[in-house]
Design a protein around this ligand. Structure first.
Ligand code: SAM
Length: 194
């Protein structure tokens, strides 16, 4: 219940989540890796472990991730702090893979997470998110306020429960998300340990 999931994601869902990512995509930011199902799928796609940054709120998960993926950068923090923590200013990511339970978060927190992620990404970068619901888990108003769009790129019944995968990208890749949107800057504060 603490992680808003009945079981870790299946390998099938992990493959769907990472299907568009390749070594040339660049460094990858993973949010809410948990036990590392999507992390392993990223490695299977040829992404070097040293190109992975894993942001995980749960201390026990973070400790285990450091043991399993010693060359990855594991940061224990609330993903809603991405835009304010200053940790990612120097290394723009090529993509973000998110296992976060966005449907159980208020829109302000979703906006802080997604907006912060796009600030840390190259202009053409995409944010991959799965959901157990029928629609994009980032609310339409949040997408619009940040200049983003959500596209369903796959679904699978081989997961408990069945899940869909969305690619969230900039409506215009040459424009940055709108600064000062009414949804920005509303993330909870939390300690960070990198
Ligand atoms: C539904 S689990 C997904 C785990 C794994 N990616 C998978 O698909 O099996 C959600 C994960 O996100 C982490 N998490 C939840 N809220 C978070 C937040 N605000 N910042 C960072 N991690 C968070 C949880 O600790 C948990 O590891």
């Amino acid at each position: 219940m603490r992680v808003a999931a009945v079981a870790p994601s299946s390998e099938r869902l992990a493959r769907l989540m990472t299907q568009e990512i390749e070594p040339l995509t660049g460094p990858i930011l993973e949010l809410g890796p948990g036990t590392g199902v999507f992390t392993r799928a990223l490695l299977a796609r040829g992404i070097p472990e040293s190109a992975l940054t894993l942001v995980e709120f749960g201390e026990e998960f973070a400790v285990r991730l450091r043991g399993r993926f010693p060359e990855a950068r594991v940061v224990q923090m609330d993903a809603a702090q991405l835009g304010q923590c200053g940790l990612f200013d120097d290394a723009p990511f090529g993509a973000v893979v998110s296992g976060l339970p966005l449907l159980s978060m208020p829109p302000e927190k979703v906006a802080a997470i997604v907006g912060g992620a796009f600030e840390a990404m190259k202009p053409g970068g995409a944010f991959y998110q799965f959901t157990y619901g029928p629609r994009c888990p980032v609310p339409k108003l949040v997408l619009e306020s940040l200049g983003l769009k959500g596209t369903r790129i796959g679904s699978t019944v081989r997961n408990i429960p069945p899940a869909g995968v969305y690619r969230i990208s900039r409506q215009n890749p040459l424009e940055l998300p709108i600064a000062g949107s009414k949804y920005r800057g509303a993330g909870d504060s939390a300690g960070i340990s990198a």
